[in-house]
Design a protein around this ligand. Structure first.
Ligand code: AGP
Length: 625
């Protein structure tokens, strides 16, 4: 039998209860969650004791068209947008899924690991299954335990389910409530006057409320018009702790941009300003990380640093290694969170673990974090999402304050992570006395000037779009750099891959002669990161080496695209396409030079007709391992 996991990586769940027509609200919520999954969608609406479902395969538009043809109204309900890895994205497999009588429905995100054994038992107890998804088992299990009270039935069902998941359930026989469960995958509850919302992430409910309850592991919420009740998995009542979210709802909309990703690229000057706001002062000549729950003695006690992350966040981790080692002179190791658990790492005493995760929910990252927590080491997490799982497993949190990032390709989360790492490096340098006061002042002044330099790159976006015209038809790209710029080469290649489906590799420029030079021909665009700090002889030396690498590629007919200091005649002359920037110090240059690479990937993808905000086969955060 084929096991069709209903929603392995991530899906979007949205529920509404209140005085308004639930259908447009749920559809709006799903629209904002569509980035989480976009291969099928469905809604379930309860009117009186009547439960109706509409489901469609394909993007949300298909469901909208179906609802236009077969309207549905009611008092409350829930919806789901799906991202499946196993099984076809058919209407039959789309959520919500029903029990035998169609009186209980469930929308689910994650995996039910013991689905097969539960299904066998339920079938022998007389239940009839319509789909091959794991989700349907939840609906039947709730039905099995249901005696008029939905939350009691959910709690009993929960005790039999194994896996990492979140789900919502409604019943036509216990109406006026939505039950939400968190068991490893994210789910939040929003509360407003006489209204309740359930969603997979915060931006989905921001148009209605900023009062948010982040469900913790093994918690069950009952959302009704007159309020929210919270229980642990044993049914013990808990006091809901609502948090006020300062994100503006319009921050989670496209705001006139064609794509979320483009909007998020353009938000970077403001995002960086927000990240560093109040976290340093030129008056005190210090970084102030008072919002990070470590004492000065704790900060001072760290002798080693280990940074763990996945994907783009791993690239910022790698750049962070260069920053912290050079600026604060502490040894730093960087690991893929997804790999960390599959070896037996040696952890030295006084090691600070830093986890970096935009979403705060990446399963591999959180699992590695739990393993580290069990070893007793101190954990700092850098994340963008208030209340996310990573914040609960950490000793201290440094928020990136980038605002909601909706585009699947990470942009402003990345540059704000880099800004956080820069602050940490300077903070540690001050504690360990590795920089002089004058050097700290210069490093902080450079930070003040950074948003303006980012603006200047964005003003030149048209030129980057022009460059993309010459490149978007190529099948392979190389991104080359040295030193702290190497992680940015990796990031440039990842952006191009995920957005435009062009094969691209990031490589240390000095390694080319050890093999990859064989790839170079007149069909190969090679992107070089050649910016340098004019006040640093070491940085200039690195630039000269990059210039040599450019000449090596040029002499083999490769197509040279370079990002470098404005008015740099040698670089301009050696390049087929040159993208200028106003330089800054070596450790802030990555934040500048990644912008042209984001724009290049964006425009190549637009020209190739790719889905910018929802690239194929991907999801915004990967909430199973
Ligand atoms: C990058 O554009 C991707 N979206 C992906 O590599 C992402 O950075 C990775 O999945 C980690 O996500 P996180 O930062 O939310 O943990």
């Amino acid at each position: 039998m084929t096991l069709w996991y209903s929603c392995q990586v991530m899906c979007g769940i949205f529920g509404y209860i209140g005085p308004r027509d639930p259908v447009p609200i749920i559809m709006g919520g799903l629209r904002s969650l569509e980035y989480r999954g976009y291969d099928s969608a469905g809604i379930a609406i309860i009117e009186g004791q009547n439960l109706q479902i509409r489901r469609a395969s394909g993007k949300l538009k298909k469901l909208e068209d179906l609802i236009a043809k077969q309207p549905v109204t009611g008092q409350f309900g829930l919806g789901h947008t799906r991202w499946a890895t196993h099984g076809r994205p058919t209407e039959e497999n789309a959520h919500p899924h029903r029990d035998c009588k169609g009186r209980i429905v469930v929308a689910h995100n994650g995996i039910i690991e013991n689905y097969l054994s539960l299904k066998r038992k339920l079938i022998s107890d007389g239940h009839t299954f319509r789909t091959e998804t794991d989700t349907e088992v939840i609906a039947h299990l709730i039905e099995q335990h249901f005696d008029g009270n939905l939350e009691q039935a959910v709690l009993k069902a929960l005790s039999e389910l194994k896996g990492l998941f979140a789900f919502t359930a409604v019943s036509a026989d216990d109406p006026q409530k939505i039950v939400a469960v968190r068991e490893g995958a994210p789910i939040i509850v929003g509360s407003a006057d006489g209204e309740g919302f359930v969603a997979s992430d915060v931006p989905a409910v921001l148009p209605y409320t900023r009062s948010i309850l982040f469900l913790d592991e093994h918690e069950v919420a009952v959302v009704a018009r007159d309020g929210i009740r919270l229980f642990d998995s044993a049914g013990k009542p808990l006091k809901p702790q609502f948090q006020h979210i300062s994100w503006d709802p319009v921050m989670a909309e496209k705001g006139g941009y064609k794509h979320f990703m483009l909007k998020e690229i353009y938000e970077q000057p403001t995002a960086i300003s927000n990240t560093v706001l109040g976290r340093f002062s030129l008056d005190t000549n210090k970084v102030h990380l008072e919002d990070v729950a470590f004492t000065e003695d704790q900060w001072k006690s760290f002798r080693h640093i280990r940074i763990l992350a996945c994907g783009t966040s791993w690239h910022s981790a790698l750049a962070g290694k260069y920053m912290i080692e050079s600026i604060a002179r502490l040894p730093v190791e960087v690991d893929y969170a997804s790999e960390y658990r599959y070896r037996n790492p040696v952890i030295l005493p006084y090691t600070l673990f830093i986890f970096i995760t935009q979403s705060g929910e990446t399963a591999d990252t959180v699992a590695a974090q739990r393993q580290v927590r069990d070893s007793g080491s101190k954990i700092l997490t850098i994340t963008n999402v208030v209340g996310s799982m990573t914040t609960r497993v950490a000793d201290a949190v440094l928020y990136t304050r980038a605002g909601p990032e909706i585009g699947v390709a990470s942009t402003k989360a990345f540059t704000t992570q880099l800004a956080c790492l820069y602050l940490i490096a300077i903070h540690l340098s001050k504690l360990h006395g590795t920089l002089s006061d004058a050097q700290v002042r210069k490093a902080l002044t450079d930070l003040v000037e950074l948003p303006h330099k980012l603006e200047k790159i964005l003003e030149n976006a048209k030129h980057i779009e022009e460059v993309s015209k010459f490149l978007f038809r190529h099948h392979d790209f190389l991104f080359l750099a040295r030193g702290i710029h190497f992680p940015i080469a990796l990031e440039g290649a990842l952006k191009l891959k995920e957005l435009s489906y062009i094969h691209a590799e990031g490589y240390p420029a000095g390694e080319m002669k050890h093999g990859p030079n064989a790839l170079i021909d007149e069909d190969l665009p090679v992107v070089f990161l050649g910016a340098y700090d004019p006040e640093s002889p070491e940085s200039h030396q690195r630039y000269e080496k990059v210039l040599n690498n450019i000449k090596e590629v040029k002499s083999r007919d490769g197509i040279i695209i370079s990002v470098g200091n404005e008015n740099e005649p040698d670089l301009i002359e050696s390049s087929d396409h040159f993208i200028p920037l106003s330089p800054t110090n070596e450790y802030l240059l990555p934040i500048l030079e990644v912008l042209p690479l984001q724009l290049l990937a964006y425009h190549c993808a637009v020209r190739r007709g790719c889905d910018i905000d929802q690239p194929r086969n991907l999801a915004k955060s990967v909430t199973v391992e």
